[in-house]
Write a protein of this length. Sequence first.
Length: 419
Amino acid sequence: MRTHIPPLDPTSLRQQIPALQLTVAGQTAVYLDGPGGTQVPQSVIQAIVGYLAHGGSNQGGLFFTSRYTDEVTAVARQAMMHFYNARQPEEIIFGPNMTTLTFAISRAVAHTWQPGDEIIVTGLDHDANISPWLLAAEERGVNVRWLDFDPADCTLRLDTLPSLLSEKTRLVAVTHASNAVGSITDVKHVVQLAHEAGALVYVDAVHYAPHGLIDVQALDCDFLVASVYKFFGGHVGVLYGKYEWLDQLKAYKVRPAPSKPAGKWETGTPGFESLAGVAAAVEYIAAIGGPEGTLRERLVRAMRHIKAYETGLSAYFLKEAAQLPGLHVYGITDIESVEQRTPTFAVSLAGHTPEDVAARLGERGIFVWHGDYYALAVMERLGLQNKGGLVRIGFVHYNTYDEADRLLAALAELAAEEA
Ligand SMILES: Cc1ncc(COP(=O)(O)O)c(C=O)c1O
């Protein structure tokens, strides 16, 4: 039964996104691969193409096209400042993607560590928020402690965090939400505990960004990073850092590059065309919150609508999935707690490998990922890394209840093969 009708209309939003018209084997494609990258509205496409068509140049020149590029970059920075609720544009750093930005920051932060110091990483994180820290720790003789998650519902064991923290802890690297099982972390609580111990906090918000409001001031985190291609834009990573850290830390940069944030951290020539799509992606989301108020106020409302819609869709999926013989959903499955997860479901189907399920759904035009999606630690903890991982079904706000029904029907067909 469909119960929740929130104020978000995916039908009209879908019309803005050309890729959603794609047909596969005579049927409209069902994109349930959002956690691997979302589809892009026409306004973002126009902004990206528009930059290339306009005539661009590298930044910092004293002529028309270079000034245009500077303007495009400044507009993108402003948009992301509002998206994250940062204090100033210089706290926003662009890079090729989250992984590359995290390697850069981890190297710079590690420069301040001493042998015997400690850092904390979590078992719920994507490997892009684990390996850079492990490598940095190894280089500096720093000990790594792991924050575990409860395999029963795949939520972080925050009750154990105080016992992992000490005066030796220099950093906690934590996910805002798991890209595998969808669990949302109480980041504010992590930051409070870490700061009491004198540790910095680095937040991976890549998976969370299309699903919920980010507020770096409310979280009080030291760094936070996301990727625009996961929230309806092009391929570019965006890091927030508290200005004092971005200013103080040593950046690995070439000599002529700026010595102050943000330029100090932005190595080489960015993908300006992707940057040109950033403000359009942020505006696409803000428009879901209606026309009234500041950009930030519209984003706050938009994320409330998105959350309400996705919560309803999650509850619907979970209720129906529970009826399907042989289907096991990992992570939070209690409908009462559904707000504590994103609509990202890692599942297994008895009698089928994850690869088989993904391939068979793919034949029907339903796009899902299988394997570990780089959430290596999650799969290892669940004992699934050597068994092909899991199938990941990832809804975003442009997915519909009808698409959920198509998926469920296809899974039921596969399940019946085994009966
Ligand atoms: C949670 C999470 N963190 C980090 C990454 C890596 O992001 P990027 O592709 O921008 O390096 C991903 C990509 O899937 C992700 O889902």
